[in-house]
Design a binder for this molecule. Structure first.
Ligand code: C2O
Length: 355
């Protein structure tokens, strides 16, 4: 059976850390969405007249930076019980990753729904960003608004994009709505990211770190991503899937590298429950989502989406930009152009970086 988020979101329960280390385990995380008067309706992709073009974060114009910050500022100011609020949008990640839902509709009420470590990873996050972007666009009344992507696979994007760290006028961090204090202070610009980071500094100088990153990208996008299962990961069966090359690789490294090493659970980016509370999360995942597109474009004949019914029919529930609760399916998100967005092109230098 496909993995299915519950129809009745009031079945949502307190979440937990999902980490086996008892010193770190915590329970009682409140991640459930606000109640809805009606159950979810199947989502119909709306018509659009213009694609939203997601820009590379390191190339944002000052006007775009202002627009983006304005949208996030409005979202942050919404009351917490509004499904569009900053808190609620961040909680979505916690709910789908830390056991707030079970798999009752899948015949396994004893199992928690988990969209990581397997082939739900790309489609779930694609839908998550899709609604987040549309909500922000609605808040500033701009139907072309598109999320900036953190272009960490290109040397010009291999540091925390400056928009996220800019302390704002007068050096006051609180004046930048896309700043988050829970980040690793050792990893602010101009530190080059390590796409293999697992908690230990690599010690490489920046030139060598950049070339190591390009080889890492080649390895995870080409050398070891030679099949649909390898790239996407495999379906939960229903207990466990296996993660795809980018999910377990560069994606996880960016999370750990960004989160604060002084926080007990590497908040915000370094933990499932808190990752959605850092604005950079959505830009990070925009680039992950871009990798899905790039991988298919690299070898259109062999690099293809999963085709099994359980994957195609897996579904999640979100509030759309009109606060309607909707159910969305993997099968409806495989073509990002139909979702009304695309990525501003950026060179892909790792394609020449076969180790
Ligand atoms: Cu849902 Cu990057 O994790």
């Amino acid at each position: 059976y496909p993995i299915t988020a519950p129809d009745d979101i009031s079945d949502c329960v307190d979440a937990n850390s999902g980490i086996n280390d008892p010193d770190r385990a915590f329970r009682g995380l409140k991640c459930c969405p606000p109640a809805s008067a009606t159950g979810p309706i199947d989502y119909v992709l709306p018509e659009f007249s213009q694609l939203r073009i997601r820009p590379a974060a390191q190339r944002l114009t000052p006007e775009y930076v202002e627009k983006y910050k304005a949208a996030i500022a409005i979202m942050r100011a919404l009351p917490e019980d509004n499904p569009h609020s900053w808190k609620q949008q961040g909680k979505i990640h916690c709910a789908y990753c830390n056991g707030a839902y079970n798999q009752e509709m899948n015949g396994h009420p004893e199992l928690q729904l988990q969209i990581h470590n397997g082939s739900l990873f790309y489609p779930f996050h694609r839908w998550y960003l899709y609604f987040y972007e549309r909500i922000l666009g609605k808040l500033i009344d701009d139907p072309t608004f598109a999320l900036p992507y953190w272009n960490w696979d290109n040397p010009t994007g291999m540091m925390l994009p400056s928009v996220f760290e800019d302390p704002g006028p007068n050096g006051n961090p609180r004046t930048n709505p896309v700043f988050d204090p829970f980040r690793d202070v050792k990893h602010l610009p101009p530190t080059i990211i390590d796409l293999q980071f697992r908690g230990q500094e690599s010690g490489l100088n920046c030139v060598d770190q950049i070339s190591a990153n390009l080889s890492t990208m080649y390895g995870q996008m080409v050398t070891s991503a030679t099949s649909t299962d390898a790239f996407f990961g495999t379906n939960p069966d229903p207990v466990n899937g296996t993660p795809g090359t980018i999910e377990s690789g560069a994606h996880t490294s960016v999370h750990i590298w960004t989160g604060s090493s002084r926080m007990p659970n590497h908040e915000d980016m370094g933990n499932f429950y808190s990752a959605g509370y850092d604005p950079v999360f959505y830009s990070h995942h925009a680039n992950v989502d871009r990798m899905w597109k790039i991988w298919k474009d690299l070898k259109p004949n062999s690099n293809q989406d999963p085709t099994d019914d359980d994957w195609l029919n897996a579904s999640y529930v979100f509030y759309d930009e009109n606060k309607q609760l909707v159910r969305v399916y993997n099968k409806d998100c495989v073509d990002h152009n139909k979702l009304g967005y695309d990525y501003e092109p950026s060179r892909i230098p790792w394609i020449q970086s076969r180790p």
